[in-house]
Every structure is written in structure tokens, then in C-alpha cells.
Write a protein that binds this ligand. Structure first.
Ligand SMILES: C[S@@+](CC[C@H](N)C(=O)[O-])C[C@H]1O[C@@H](n2cnc3c(N)ncnc32)[C@H](O)[C@@H]1O
Length: 321
């Protein structure tokens, strides 16, 4: 849309129908289910210091079954009354795990393809809009819970978005954001982003360079030195091309500041949450659009040849007074 930033445009471009397959991957669903469970249980464990290092490492490949619903967790969500907004909802994986704990659920995403898929896949209303620019009366301001997972790093003006989300909570409602922790060095997401951006760069050079032969374009991108960084870009430049504004994630201190500036209280950040997902090469291909297995040499492998995809996460929480 006219006036949208480059990052917003890049997100709409990246999160098109072709991206839907990613939401069906077992590795992604394992991560989604872990996050859903973590948020459901969060309120009961956080007291005291604003930032707590949980020093937690989860092997989601062994410990999380993506195909069963979440059961038996102690939570203050109320399925007879809680209203949930799944912000930057993608195709609705988080809603699938969380909706048994809420009465009303709504999804919002910048990408029309995702909002449509969300509605089709979850049966809940999904709106495509830019929440900082459009005030959609159908999206109320009386939510008990707003969740946003793995999407803050896609958003440029996080302070503004956090304020908007805070406005949509009812008094006593909670905002939960889970994303990559920029202060945790254990993440392998940087490799993933560079691979995906390089692939996008390749695809664009193929489709935009009609005068070049296939071989020419190919050797330009995969030639000497095997540049896998979106044509040799820095991580930040490569990430921007696929709609990532914060390639290294967000800092726990930054989250506390943003949540407090948005008027939220009881602000708490859990850091030191490492989720390791051993991801088969077929799934890595779908995640990055990379065709050649050697692209994944960057990743450590287990004895089954699966790649180490480690999400170094934080959870930020705050309550509307
Ligand atoms: C990595 S996906 C995460 C989806 C989902 N939350 C999950 O955990 O499965 C990032 C999503 O953020 C959306 N997004 C990016 N920028 C956005 C913005 N400014 N407002 C709303 N959604 C946005 C993208 O379209 C995409 O669906």
C-alpha cells in the first residue's frame, strides 16, 4: 500500500501464499507449542526482578509433540470468558494451541495472505491491517490477553506497536511477547535468515535478468566463495530483504523500557530460554527455499543429519493497569 515502509512491503512480499508451507512443518509447530505452553504458565512464575535468567534449554524435538493439544497446565486463562488477540498471527499456529484456553480469539497480520489463511485454518476472524495506521473498530480494546510470537523482530517501530497493543488491552489484561533475545549468543537464526535472504536474492535475479542465461545468473550467485548472504550483504542488509527489522532480536532491557513506556505495569522479562529443534534437511529447504543441501553446511548436524536450529528466546510480559 502507498506510504508503507520498505520493511512492511518486504513482509507482505515474504509472507505470501508460498510461505504457508512453513507453518505446517513439525519443527515450527514444536517451537509454537513450546511458546504457547510457556505463555499459558507464565503468570504463576514471575515475581520480583524485572529480568530473570531462566537458564533453560529445551530439546523440542524430543520433548514437544506438535500433534497433540496442550493439556494439564495450570493457567489463569479462562475458557469461559478470556478474549485473546493473536497479533502478527501468521497462519494461526499459536491460536491453534491457545484457543482451547480462551472464549473469543481474533488474529491480526500485516499480510492479507496470512490473515486469510488464519481464518481458514483456525475458524477465527483474521484481519489484515497495519495496526499503527488503521483503527479497525472490529478489533476491540478489551482483550484479556494479547500474544505476539516471533514477530517483533519483523517490526520497525516497536515502541509504537507496543503502545497500540497496550491500548487494546482491558484493565488487568496482559501482553506477552516472545522473540529472539539479542543478548544470547546461542541462536542459529542468523544463519537461517542469511540463507533465506540469499535464496530470495537468487530467485529475484533469475526472474529479473531475462537477458542472462540461467547459468550466468546461477554462477553469479553461487560462484566462488559460496556467498550465502543475499549477494554478500551483511546480516542486517540480508535480513531487511526478507522483512526482518531486528536481525539480532531484541534486548531484555529494551523490552522492559518499551513495555513501561507503553504504560504497562508488572513488567517482567524471562531470558535464557533456549529452544533447540533438530530440523530435517527437507524442512530446512522449505524454511529457506534453498535447493542445495550444501547450503546447510553452516549448521551443526546430529547423527540423523538434522540441522541444529536453536531459538534463543525471551518472553516479555506486562499488565494494563
Ligand atoms: C515469523 S511469522 C510468526 C507468525 C506467528 N506469530 C507464529 O509464531 O507462528 C511473522 C509474522 O509477522 C507478520 N508481520 C510482520 N510485520 C508485521 C506488522 N507490522 N504488523 C503485523 N504483522 C506483521 C508477518 O506477516 C508474519 O505473518
Amino acid at each position: 500500500m502507498a506510504g508503507d515502509s520498505k520493511i512492511v512491503e518486504a513482509n507482505r512480499d515474504t509472507y505470501n501464499d508460498g510461505r504457508l508451507k512453513v507453518f505446517d512443518l513439525a519443527s515450527m509447530k514444536r517451537h509454537n507449542k513450546f511458546m504457547a505452553e510457556y505463555m499459558l504458565c507464565f503468570s504463576s512464575k514471575n515475581q520480583g526482578d524485572a529480568i530473570v535468567d531462566r537458564n533453560l534449554k529445551i530439546n523440542a524435538t524430543e520433548d514437544v509433540d506438535p500433534d497433540t493439544p496442550i493439556e494439564d497446565v495450570s493457567t489463569n486463562w479462562d475458557k469461559s470468558s478470556s478474549k485473546l488477540l493473536d497479533f502478527a498471527c501468521g497462519a494461526g499456529n499459536m491460536t491453534k494451541y491457545l484457543s482451547p484456553f480462551a472464549k473469543n480469539v481474533v488474529g491480526v497480520d500485516i499480510s492479507p495472505a496470512m490473515a486469510k489463511a488464519y481464518k481458514e485454518r483456525t475458524g477465527h476472524e483474521g484481519y489484515a491491517c497495519n495496526i499503527v495506521e488503521e483503527s479497525n473498530p472490529a478489533i476491540g480494546n478489551d482483550f484479556d490477553f494479547i500474544v505476539c510470537t516471533m514477530s517483533y523482530h519483523h517490526i520497525e517501530d516497536l515502541g509504537l506497536v507496543t503502545k497500540k497493543l497496550s491500548e487494546k488491552l482491558k484493565s488487568g489484561g496482559w501482553l506477552y511477547v516472545m522473540d529472539m533475545d539479542s543478548t544470547n549468543p546461542n541462536s542459529t537464526m542468523g544463519q537461517l535468515m542469511k540463507t533465506a535472504a540469499a535464496q530470495k536474492h537468487d530467485n529475484h535475479s533469475h526472474s529479473h535478468s531475462h537477458s542472462h542465461s540461467h547459468d550466468h545468473a546461477h554462477s553469479h550467485d553461487h560462484g566462488h566463495g559460496h556467498s550465502h548472504g543475499g549477494g554478500g550483504d551483511s546480516l542486517e542488509e540480508a535480513a531487511e530483504k526478507i522483512g526482518v527489522a531486528h536481525a539480532h532480536g531484541i534486548s531484555p532491557e529494551g523490552m522492559v523500557k518499551m513495555f513501561e513506556n507503553a504504560g504497562l505495569t508488572n513488567v517482567a522479562v524471562d531470558r535464557g530460554i533456549q529452544v533447540q529443534v533438530w530440523t530435517p534437511v527437507e524442512e530446512m529447504r522449505a524454511l529457506t527455499n534453498a535447493a542445495e543441501d550444501e547450503t546447510f553446511d553452516l549448521f551443526e548436524k546430529d547423527d540423523k543429519g538434522r540441522c541444529d536450529l536453536t531459538f534463543a528466546m525471551l518472553l516479555a510480559a506486562g499488565m494494563k493497569p
